[in-house]
Design a protein around this ligand. Structure first.
Ligand code: MEV
Length: 428
């Protein structure tokens, strides 16, 4: 990768964008051509992925530009249907470059598998009996995936938790902590839990009911930080100080009010999910983990933090579970996902997680900056107007012209777009 700064990229015709991308990334035009063919997923391949396949479903794939993550230039593939998301992330990544880009870290890729133990005569004693055999149980769980073990993964820990009050009374929960390395991990963890269940039953005299991975992957966290010099935040009539303070005030709102936190975190997920989807990962798992983590202190709050840096700039941080993989499942089967991973030059799931969380932080900044200054409608409206113009049948140059007219009139509606088109056609 030479650079993720590609000025004027959005103004290039589509084929030239791919050529520019090939030049910047070192990928061949053939490799990148899957992006231009609805992701290259053939119906026959899709037929092996899920059931009752009737076809495939395309989404726009944009490139998040300007990202520097841990000193490395990164082009971030983003699959998303919402206008302004890719532009917002790219613009904020450009501002973050002024402060050295994003610094990101991850904890080890440890997932949690849960076993629900019911009907144990004494749950206290049951827990102790299981923990006494912890080493043997971990050794048994290790056998489930010899390849993972060879790559440095495997069972790490076993914990017992008591649920004292529930609609069915008290019961025991066993957590198996499993290092899944570069996999998302659901398969290895679920298999290990199913394997351990009979032994757990023998040990404690209870009945193992559910055996399934937890999406609250709070041992597999990704963190990104960025610091933006105050001067880089200024625009139009807004001073850098005003933008910085406005963003901190907006964050404080999200951190104290669940109604706002839900929307604030949705903005983060606009960026996170877009990269998760582009890489063929399970975005429902990421969503579930994110929102459960946001409520970990008993009240749903912001996943990010914004504050004033020591030099007067703006400092931001995002921490969230990030159970993504680069091997197995759709990440390997989907041609566009394979190319997306190659485009980012990632060699481990942790590196991918670091990029995703950086994009999430950039996306959050884009929303807060817009909301705390001119509002989001101005930027949104022209992009939305282009979509409405296309829906009304506009093509080529007509799209921009019809959209511009609707924005000027502040009426963005399909009937208005159709009327403008009709008028234009009558004059031609
Ligand atoms: C819209 O998709 C996302 C925002 O609502 C996020 C936010 O309010 O922070 C703009």
């Amino acid at each position: 990768m030479t650079t993720s700064r590609l000025p004027g990229f959005h103004t290039l015709p589509l084929e030239e964008r791919l050529a520019r991308l090939a030049e910047a990334s070192g990928l061949t035009p053939e490799e990148l051509s899957v992006f231009a063919s609805s992701g290259g997923l053939k119906t026959e391949a899709a037929d092996h992925m899920i059931e009752n396949v009737a076809g495939t479903f395309g989404l726009p794939l944009g490139i998040g530009l300007n990202f520097v993550v841990n000193g490395r230039e990164v082009l971030a593939p983003m699959a998303v249907e919402e206008p302004s998301v890719v532009a917002g992330a790219s613009f904020m990544a450009k501002l973050a470059r002024a402060g050295g880009g994003f610094t990101a870290t991850t904890t080890p890729p440890e997932m949690i598998g849960q076993m629900q133990v019911l009907d144990a005569p004494d749950i206290q004693a049951a827990g102790q009996a299981i923990l006494k055999e912890k080493d043997a149980l971990l050794a048994e769980a290790d056998l489930v995936d010899p390849l993972l073990k060879k790559l440095g993964g495997g069972a790490r820990d076993l914990e017992v938790r008591q649920v004292q009050r529930s609609p069915i009374g008290a019961f025991l929960v066993v957590h198996l902590v499993y290092d899944v390395r570069d996999a998302m991990g659901a398969n290895a963890v679920n298999t290990a839990c199913e394997k351990l269940a009979p032994r757990i039953e023998q040990l404690c005299g209870g009945r193992v009911h559910l055996r399934i991975l937890s999406n609250l992957a709070d041992r597999r966290l990704a963190r990104a930080r960025c610091a933006i010099p105050v001067g880089a935040l200024a625009f139009g009539e807004f001073s850098g100080e005003r933008v910085r303070d406005g963003i901190i005030e907006a964050w404080a709102f999200a951190d104290s009010d669940p109604y706002r936190a839900a929307t604030h975190n949705k903005g983060i997920m606009n960026g996170v999910d877009a990269v998760v989807i582009a890489t063929g990962n399970d975005w429902r798992a990421i969503e579930a983990g994110a929102h459960a983590y946001a409520a970990r202190n008993g009240r749903y709050a912001s996943l990010s933090t914004w504050g004033r840096a020591a030099d007067g700039g703006l400092a931001g941080e995002l921490e969230m579970p990030m159970a993504v993989g680069i091997i197995g499942g759709a990440t390997k089967v989907h041609p566009a996902a394979r190319t997306a991973i190659k485009l980012m030059g990632v060699e481990s799931a942790s590196q991918l997680a670091e990029i995703i969380v950086s994009v999430g932080l950039a996306q959050n900044l884009a929303a807060l900056r817009a909301l705390s200054t001119e509002g989001i409608q101005r930027g949104h409206m022209s992009l939305h107007a282009r979509q409405v113009a296309i829906a009304a049948g506009a093509t080529g140059d007509q799209v921009e012209q019809v959209a511009a007219r609707m924005v000027a009139e502040k009426v963005v509606r399909i009937d208005r777009a159709e009327a403008i088109l009709k008028q234009r056609n009558e004059h031609v």
